[in-house]
Ligand binder design. Sequence first.
Ligand code: CO8
Length: 257
Amino acid sequence: MSYTHIQEAVDQQVGLITLNRPQVLNALNRKLIEELVDALEQMDRNEEVRVIVLTGNDRAFAAGADISEMANESAIQMLLKDQFAVWDRIAYVSKPIIAAVSGFVLGGGCELMMSCDMVIASETTKIGQPEVKLGVMPGAGGTQRLAHAVGKVKAMEMLLTGEPINADEALRYGLINKVVPIEVYLQEAIKLARQIASQPPLAVRLIKKSVHKAVSHSLDEGIAFERNCFYLLFASEDQTEGMQAFMNKRKPNFTGR
Ligand code: CO8
């Protein structure tokens, strides 16, 4: 697939995807979502990529779904187009995705950020779910992921008022990992990505899967899943390498096998 609304690059085991519709604050139209999911899945299959960074630009990560594309749709047209079938595939990307956000992170943009595994934000970031102001509500996981991330009462406030919160508040509520000056948010995200890229890929993959279970399964089911993943990693060359390197007081060289 050739891309018109996103850009992508791979450098030193980190895949970088940049949303690229700056004239509409990276509003997420259907074509952009298709391109984004295609690029994520390609990078998930690409052995040269260990971690993915997803970003927009300084003014906007994404200001939500493209309102002009939805404004005249009927419920039945929305249902038949079923754009969420593509969107839902983001949750199955097995490699960690780090969002590097700045400016507007609204509606579908906030839902996209919450579909990522970690978030580095610039000081200018404004995060919110303003759908209520348009007469609708989030449809790509916003009510669920926000409630899990910030707790019921803060999620209610954000969803029912539609008012955004700033980066410091988002940090306090555990919605993002770190706030940094606007000049360095992408660099910081790439630095974090490189650190994770140096870890054993199979362990990274199973840790991501296990943490995701914590949100959607009971504690017992989550722990049973975790335990099996733990045992499975003893079949990997990286387990032998990691433990031998520790005992021989040298740096491990992880291959993902
Ligand atoms: N959709 C389409 N166009 C947009 C969007 C959007 N979400 N946001 C901004 N734009 C366009 C504007 O229309 C404008 O275009 P033009 O120059 O042609 O008039 C351009 O981007 C610049 O925007 P503004 O002039 O409005 O810039 P301001 O700095 O004055 O305001 C705001 C910035 C506050 C971000 C304002 O643009 C705004 O309120 N945008 C809409 C935010 C919003 O309501 N988002 C939620 C959308 S609904 C949604 O996301 C539902 C999710 C469902 C699932 C999604 C799966 C993909």
